[in-house]
Design a protein. Sequence first.
Lengths: 422, 138
Amino acid sequence: MIATLDDHDQALMDGARGPAMKLAMELVLQAARIMGAERLVPVSYAHIDACFYNGQAHVDFAQYMLDHGATFSVPSWSNNGVVSLTHPELYDGNPDHEMIDGARKLMALYQALGCKPSWTCAPYQLPKGPKFGDHIVVGESNAVTFFNSVRGARTNKYGDYLDVACALVGKAPFAGLHCDEGRQAELLFDCSGLADDWKREDVFYHLLGHYVGRVAGRRIPVVTGLSPLASEDNLKALSAAVAASGGVELWHGVGVTPEAPTLDHVFSNGPRHAVINDDLRAARDMLSPGRDGPLDLVALGTPHFSVTEFAEVMTLLEGRKVKSNLPFIITTSRFVRSYIKTKGWLAELERSGATVVGDICSYYAPGIAQAKGRAMTNAAKWAYYAPGMLPVEVCFGSLRECVESAVRGEVWRDAKLWDGLR
Amino acid sequence: MIRGRILNAGAASGPTLVLTEPVSFWGAFDPRLGEIVDVHHPQRGLPMAGKILLLPETRGSGGTPGGIAEAIRRQTGPIGIILITPDINLAIGASVAATLYGYACPVLSVNETDYATLLKHPALAISLDGVISPQARQ
């Protein structure tokens, strides 16, 4: 229980900054009470998820905050939207006016409140992000996991409205993953029995994340035997997959993530699992129920595509064109999109038949939202959620398989890659 | 008499709807209908409007506050919620809805024993100070 408030917080509760800031303070204290926090901790950064349209209540909340004088106390960045502001023409003729108008209004309201318009689920790809040990407020599940695990910043998974309230007040309940004792691993996954060259494949991180998440649930796992050469894209894939299949908000990788230079730093006792090829094969079978055959969609960019991932796609395409009329859609942030535009890659990708959409969550992207039939993706997270959101049969594969399949117009399998799992 | 832990204060009285499995109020729940739409959930399609919802826990989705607030706005949602595992998302969603729409939906947590007792009653009343009492079927 928080015994006393400091002058700043008490003034907010007394309404000195108006009813919106008072509501924000009340929500933070309500959460602190439920979590059993004894104090609040100042935060330095927020990534806001409540700008992701989810009905009129979201709009009403933001409007109330704006009308009653709320302002963010810390730099706050926006999660992706349900509509793309970089591609307004893609919504011409879409009959769901309530959703599109509501989503646009919501995005405008958060900008008016001072939220920086990043519109991305991968805010860690933007420059000048949170650093090791920073206390931050994040709601988007993959970003929570990436910031906690890969950057070593500290956040709980803040649900809608509480993320905004904490960013307005500039503080969060000191509980859970903000505390040292809340960050210890509870179970171990040992990958040292797997072949080293398999651990260099992009699919490995997606499959491992899916498997670990299913076993760990909401517990904190530590993984040993990972390659120290794992790229940021690999760690993004693992973070997104482990958050989707299990709800993991922090994982440690010994020798890979910053809080786990050795196993002893993060783990004393708990269940131990030796990861074997069968586990990864089972993950692949679960994520890839689709049969080989002609494709109706290739969807990349969950979470949002990075500059290095775009570079890989350019290399894999080798100037070839995607099969005509096959939607090949890559979702990314406007920041990365404008970067690849200045490099000339965007024009080249578009000539190849790719569509690069900014601002938006993949499932809501025009061309994906209406998709049906057979869809291919390189992302475990997309493969995990898509069957519940879209009438598609999902084929999961490596980035190389996705690009090659897009060119051929049908699922192409890299036999050598999957032989490695035998 | 059972006293719950108040996660969001409010008073309500009405028939109960028992969810036998955890649920997310984003994706698995449609606030326009006030119903669970997840095909795998045993209480799919049962209306929550006017009911006191009993459920063990939610799935911890960050979209839950918006789902419950929108259902309260549309008056398709439950009039009160009783859980075992304290849930911040439901409490925050109900709290925001109380400010915006003027209906304070109580959200309470109770221990497993009390929860089992509450399951036996077809209707319940929740008071502002967190007391939960059985009601005759209405």
